[in-house]
Design a protein around this ligand. Structure first.
Ligand SMILES: NC(=O)c1ccc[n+]([C@@H]2O[C@H](COP(=O)([O-])OP(=O)(O)OC[C@H]3O[C@@H](n4cnc5c(N)ncnc54)[C@H](OP(=O)(O)O)[C@@H]3O)[C@@H](O)[C@H]2O)c1
Length: 264
């Protein structure tokens, strides 16, 4: 695959790492303004590093847009007449709708939106994807890229904001849960680092059980709750203080906020 990553900053570089490690490129073009952060790529065969977006686009089939939302307008002025039917545009730019992308590049262009999360840097991103009508057949291609960087899900565009809350903000929500259980461990007598490691390992175990057994969380909970035992006592206390309700309402608040931001 001939791929251009336009705006190879944090996210773009992580995608480049994943593509390279998984042997997914025949040619890779990385662009940004300040090239000093891309030095390692200069020595790698079949990888070009430059600030020339037009050359990168003309030499590639897949164009992954990774600039900040505020940087898109300038970039699109440079690129729009160079995007052809052969190209697949994959935009990771938060909040940039398929409608805006179509009005910039044309409705007869293959356009995919991708919303990864920060775990992309360790190959564990949950990435939500959607496409315009013309680009529907390119969703498999986008999945093949992002499944090498974690796991991808195809969603309707109207659900992209919800996907951002659940999966991208979701990283912060899970971090807070891990931090809280680790603090609880300190209160029970463990050293902070010991408690954090045990909490992380327990979270990983819980996730692994769900994935291996393809089970519902409540099924796994039943297996550890002895009648009148300590686990059910702890769970009831947590629910008494609104654990599930706090998480659900937190997601709803984030969703309301993201919708306000995108209306501005
Ligand atoms: N980070 C994540 O995990 C994540 C997750 C989901 C979505 N996103 C979205 O992904 C996009 C990128 O995020 P990021 O965290 O990677 O931002 P970032 O580190 O700031 O990267 C953006 C890069 O774009 C480059 N750039 C700006 N204008 C350019 C132009 N005209 N031509 C070529 N390159 C240009 C900048 O290069 P210079 O610094 O050299 O100017 C910068 O390195 C954002 O829209 C963000 O909302 C990010």
């Amino acid at each position: 695959m001939k791929i251009a990553i336009i705006g190879a900053g944090n996210l773009g570089s992580s995608i480049a790492d994943g593509l390279y490690i998984n042997n997914m490129i025949t040619e890779l073009y990385l662009t940004k303004n300040n090239l000093s952060t891309l030095t390692k790529w200069k020595k790698i065969p079949n990888v070009s590093v430059s600030s020339n977006n037009v050359e990168a686009v003309n030499s590639s089939d897949i164009i992954i847009l990774c600039v900040q939302p505020s940087q898109f307008k300038n970039l699109s002025n440079d690129l729009k007449k160079h995007i052809k039917e052969k190209h697949t545009i994959i935009s990771t730019i938060t909040g940039l709708t398929l409608g805006i992308l179509e009005s910039t590049f044309g409705i007869n262009r293959n356009i995919v939106r991708a919303m990864p999360n920060t775990a992309i840097s360790v190959g564990k991103s949950t990435t939500c994807l959607c496409s315009n009508s013309f680009g529907k057949t390119k969703l498999n291609l986008a999945q093949s890229i992002f499944n090498n960087l974690g796991e991808s899900f195809i969603v309707k565009e109207k659900n992209m904001q919800a996907a951002t809350v659940l999966c991208a903000s979701g990283i912060a929500f899970w971090m807070r849960l891990i931090r809280s259980t680790a603090q609880g461990g300190v209160q029970l007598g463990f050293e902070s680092s010991e408690s954090l490691n045990m909490s992380i390992s327990t979270a990983l175990g819980a996730v692994s059980l769900l994935m291996k057994n393809n089970s519902h969380p409540e099924e796994e909970i039943d297996k550890v709750t002895t009648p009148s035992g300590c686990t059910i006592k702890g769970l009831i206390e947590m629910e008494h203080h609104g654990l599930s309700s706090a998480l659900i309402n937190g997601l709803i608040s984030s969703f309301e906020k993201i919708n306000q931001i995108s209306l501005k």
